[in-house]
Design a protein around this ligand. Structure first.
Ligand SMILES: [Zn+2]
Ligand SMILES: [Zn+2]
Length: 271
């Protein structure tokens, strides 16, 4: 999809909170670049990262496994049997219900994308969640920008299919929640993914799906939600954030979709 990959390959992507662009650390030779969300330079496995992945306090109550109002309305009653995703065995994933968790996340991600696409057809009315979400995640998109964003969501939806996933063991994962690589064009799901809230699991699948369609793959990884450039919470976008930049940012698609579908933003950065 982009031929420069081999040359620019191999730097780790997705560090939260670092200024962009930034110098890449020396990568191991021959290692393909992984497009992942990672919370710090360690790649996610250091003690600090493990602590951050389970933030204590009120946000957890607001956005954790205990359902919010819109989570509780999740229309997933009587789901069909989950697909058997590639390599999502207990031996690889460390859990017995990886297929079910991944399928639930996939379905929810598709609903987030659908809600975003429906909203984007119209200009936002003053005072609506949609108006707030559009400004927070995409800054000030024109009507033409909204159409492009909607089309990007359409392409992301095409990635949210069972054949696009593979579960990886800790031998292959290096602390990522999930990552997409060009070599096999698959989204690789790692063990930290299983510990995320349902909301965050869906967010991660949209993030990786965005990479899969070419968003945020050129140059340094765009700032993830939770960074200074893209803070969590009821916070206006910092100065310097542009619509063009957010339109190339996987997290903008992921968190906007969740914001619209849930009718409220999440306070979590999903690390
Ligand atoms: Zn990424
Ligand atoms: Zn770390």
């Amino acid at each position: 999809m982009y031929s420069a990959l081999q040359e620019e390959a191999i730097q780790r992507a997705g560090r939260k909170g670092a200024p962009t662009p930034q110098a890449a650390p020396a990568p191991p030779a021959g290692r393909p670049r992984r497009f992942a969300r990672s919370s710090c330079a360690c790649g996610g496995g250091c003690p600090n990262c493990r602590e951050e992945s389970r933030p204590p306090g009120p946000r957890q109550a607001r956005d954790g496994e205990a359902a919010t109002a819109s989570d509780a309305a999740e229309p997933l009653a009587e789901p069909a049997a989950a697909p058997s995703f590639r390599d999502c065995s207990e031996r690889i994933t460390g859990i017995t219900d990886a297929n079910e968790r991944l399928e639930t996340a996939r379905q929810r991600a598709r609903e987030y994308v659908g809600a975003a696409r429906r909203a984007l057809g119209a200009a936002p009315a003053a005072g609506t969640t949609y108006e707030t979400a559009l400004g927070r995640h995409f800054i000030t998109p024109s009507a033409a920008d909204r159409a492009t964003i909607e089309d990007n969501y359409r392409r992301i939806l095409g990635t949210l299919v069972p054949a696009n996933y593979i579960c990886n063991s800790q031998n292959i994962c290096e602390g990522e929640q999930a990552f997409w690589i060009e070599a096999d064009d698959l989204v690789h799901v790692c063990r930290p993914f299983w510990e995320l809230s349902p909301t965050c699991r869906a967010i991660i699948l949209i993030h990786e799906g965005a990479h899969d369609v070419g968003i945020g793959v050129a140059g340094a990884h765009p700032p993830n939600r939770g960074s200074a450039q893209y803070p969590t919470g009821d916070t206006a976008a910092p100065a310097g954030q542009t619509t063009a930049g957010r339109m190339d940012n996987p997290d903008a698609y992921a968190f906007f979709g969740a914001h619209i579908w849930r009718d409220t933003d999440t306070g979590r950065p999903c690390f």
